[in-house]
Design a protein around this ligand. Structure first.
Ligand code: SAH
Length: 495
């Protein structure tokens, strides 16, 4: 296969970032951006590697039956919806297949039981968090850092992997207050000549606007991330944002976050309240959660309920268990499981306990607060990396270089055995040291919630080697129109 060669290709799969995948006659895998599974296309090869090639889409000879009209005014130019041209049903089937493929290829399972994906009732306006970048165009020169010219403010998303902001008037995945808050910010920046941040020169004030919406209560938080000490005329901006957020939503919190360095990260270390409260309240399934600006919280609340209920089904609590909630964030899963048990059986609930481990301090504070708010006294939380904290709770000081790790462990945090372990790591999956500690606690069930089928499969394989059998997995569509899929997976101890 050569560069410049034109080929006809049958597309039969798709990457998570939206490239169609086909195979050339000589068996090479070819990636074609813009082509969908089911399409037959003409494409021109522009890069050839040992095991794959990249090709440009020239034309679609036979369109896939699963193709639909795009819904987005930007036509996904921001890169946020790589599956935006597939029917919703086709997305679900593709995501199920991705989970199945990972578990067979990487974990080496033969014919694993993959349930039908938990599908979203509505794939629109499902996100409770929008992280938008702000810019005023390429207008800041290097000459002594002087702002020579102020372009039109853009509030939107980074285009693909670039640092170029695609202005987004309204995103079909975000709640209504996101579009109106973004418009208020643009108007404020125009009126008050506020510069947007330019990552090339690290100059300009306004970097990001993050909007969080609590679906159960309608409460909204706006976080303004700046490269500077403060926003001139901040009170005016707060008033404009308040005006912009309309019923049934209400603006309850405006937060300022200062990020003067950290080019690749949204948030800096300093956070203060600009107006209103420091947190917003969420209410779901009879639980109340307080959400603070920087803590992780599931982005699709409607699907989170389905995911947690599936996790509860897999955990199959009967009462009296010790549950480890690892990578627990704001403590939401463990507390959900306890509450479901409480609904069925108060007494069983009282005898069951949760120990949560989470590395982000603000999330641990939220977890403790959430436990109090929900009347849960039988949950305790420890801040730190799960892979070093759990071995320590189990009496193995592990990392001797860690001063805090040498301190004695509270009696009620000491773990010798666990009955159920919940794992919910970020995309990188679990550290082997953690999986070793988990299996040493000999839980009868492991409920693994994953946002990356590949690392899930790698860890399933590892756990398999340590005496845990894969029972089944259920994909959940938490990120409709994107290539991402969440999976909840049950493993049980081989007797
Ligand atoms: N279970 C929670 C959060 C899952 S997201 C929920 O359902 O909402 C993953 C969480 O793991 C994040 O809160 C992140 O801060 C945390 N985390 C990342 N690496 C970690 C580590 N090594 N040890 C413990 N927690 C970690």
């Amino acid at each position: 296969m050569d560069k410049g060669q034109k080929i006809r290709l049958q597309i039969n799969d798709m990457t998570t970032d939206g490239s169609g995948i086909g195979h050339s006659e000589d068996g090479l895998t070819v990636f074609v951006k813009g082509a969908l599974p089911g399409d037959t296309v003409q494409a021109e090869i522009f890069r050839v590697k040992k095991r794959y090639a990249l090709a440009r889409l020239l034309s679609i000879d036979e369109p896939s039956e699963d193709r639909t009209e795009g819904f987005c005014s930007l036509d996904s130019r921001c890169g946020g919806c790589p599956m935006g041209r597939l029917t919703y049903d086709a997305q679900l089937r593709l995501k199920e297949r991705h989970v199945r493929d990972a578990l067979t290829r990487i974990a080496g399972l033969r014919d694993p039981l993959i349930r039908t994906a938990l599908e979203a009732e509505s794939p629109w306006r499902y996100r409770n968090k929008a992280s938008m970048a702000v810019s005023t165009g390429g207008i800041i020169t290097r000459k002594g850092g002087i702002v020579e010219n102020l372009g039109e403010p853009a509030v939107g998303f980074y285009r693909g992997k670039s640092r170029e902001v695609t202005d987004c008037p309204d995103c079909a995945l975000q709640t209504e207050p996101v579009a109106s808050a973004a418009e208020a910010l643009r108007e404020f920046m125009r009126q008050d000549h506020i510069t947007g941040y330019d990552p090339r020169w690290e100059k300009g004030l306004m970097r990001h606007m993050v909007v969080r919406t609590a679906f159960g209560t309608g409460e909204v938080m706006v976080i303004l991330v700046i490269n500077g000490k403060g926003i001139p005329h901040a009170a005016k901006l707060v008033a404009m944002l308040d005006e912009a957020v309309e019923e049934p939503f209400s603006l309850e919190s405006v937060i300022l976050n200062i990020n003067k360095g950290k080019p690749g990260e949204i948030f800096g270390d300093k956070t203060e309240v600009l107006a209103g409260r420091p947190t917003i309240n969420e209410e779901l399934g009879g639980m109340r959660y307080e959400i603070s600006p920087l803590s992780f919280y599931q982005v699709n609340p409607a699907q989170m309920v389905k995911l947690y209920n599936k996790a509860a089904e897999y955990a199959a609590l009967t009462g009296g268990e010790t549950i480890l909630d690892l990578y627990c964030g704001a403590g939401t899963i463990g507390q959900w499981l306890l509450n479901e048990l409480r609904k069925r059986d108060e007494e069983a609930f009282a005898g069951t306990k949760v120990i949560g481990i989470e590395s982000q301090r603000s999330a641990v504070l939220d977890a403790n607060r959430n436990a109090v708010i929900n009347g849960i006294v039988n949950a305790r939380y420890v801040c730190g990396k799960a892979e070093s904290v759990l071995p320590r709770l189990m009496g193995n000081s592990g990392d001797t270089a860690d001063f805090a790790a040498s301190a004695p462990v509270d009696e009620d945090l000491r773990v010798t055995k666990a009955d159920v372990v919940i794992l919910d790591p970020p995309r990188a999956g679990c550290d082997e040291r953690l999986l070793d500690a988990v299996t040493a606690a000999e839980p009868s069930r492991i409920v693994y919630i994953s946002c990356d089928p590949a690392t899930l499969a790698r860890d399933v394989k590892y756990l398999n080697g340590k005496g845990y059998r894969f029972i089944e997995a259920t994909p959940a569509d938490l990120f409709c129109w994107t290539g991402h899929v969440e999976t909840v997976c049950l493993m049980s101890k081989v007797k």
